[in-house]
Design a protein around this ligand. Sequence first.
Ligand code: 9Z3
Length: 347
Amino acid sequence: MAAATTETTFSAEEYFATQPPPPSLEHDIGEVRDFISRQVKEGRNVVLVTSGGTTVPLELNVVRFLDNFSAGTRGATSAEYFLKAGYAVIFMHRQFSLQPYSRHYSHSTNPFLDFLEIESRSGTSSPPEICVTHNMRQDLLEVLTAYKSVHAAGTLHTMTFVTVNDYLWLLRAVSQELCVLGKKSMYYLAAAVSDFFLPRQKMSEHKIQSGKGSLHIEMDQVPKILKPMVHEWTKGEAFIVSFKLETDEQLLIPKARAALERYGHQVVIGNDLHRRKFEVVFVSRAQRPLPSTDLDDQSPGTFAEMWLRIPVLATPNPVTHQVKEIEEDIIAELVRRHSRWINEVYN
Ligand code: 9Z3
């Protein structure tokens, strides 16, 4: 399939004025609002973690779509470490991508049926029992204990997206709700978001037919929503972390710096596709004149880079029992920076 792309640039405002919201938006946001108000009462910091890839449907009755790479490992793993650090987490993820806790027993890497055993109770008429394989019990107990305690505390709220349109509408609506938390809110934007989309007005209603030779698709550029998010939806108060994914590692730092310069948020975490599980770079502004809510006030040009690395051999392996996950260090560093960000204002 040959795809010719000619960009048309939508502003965020034009985008939301012309593209329809997902049908469940109001219901989803009602639930988020309740979750946030409970967390406000209980005095917790709240982080929105986005995770997984967005799709771009090519037809209204969708048979084909473009997808962005992401299994959801980064987001699901990070959500667990945020919860462990005492944050409440809104986990906004691609439907069917990995989720906190259940990710340890994903159907493809560690299918749970493989470590369950059937024990027949000989000499009795009772039905056989299901047991966990002995060498998996300790791991399962730890994961299950954390999972149950998070559920009992009510500190995890999950919501799903599929298309880039769902993602953009949800992100804006959740940001507007999270606003009540001011500095106590964090955004951890790990989802892999498409840069291009097909506006509804240009989509074919039915399945695109073959038989007419090659397919040419003209896509429009997805609006750069980080800018309104930083300056308008969150009123410049939230601590915002975005991810930059590259396959050419030479581009990682320049592109991360350009994103910071352009959007005025707090941290860009750069990761190379093939090294992302054991190496990331934190890029931030070297000097941040605080206290100031005037983001345009910040002098551009000086950046600080901090590499986080774990030994390659210690990368997560759910089958052979992981030793260390880089997300543990990423979250520890962000929690430290977020607490400084909060204290800079309140003290
Ligand atoms: C990331 O860079 C994530 O770390 C990964 C995680 C998608 C690589 P996995 O879920 O992978 O563990 O398999 N996310 C951001 C990707 C992205 O679309 N970034 C945009 C960009 O690079 C900016 S928002 O331009």
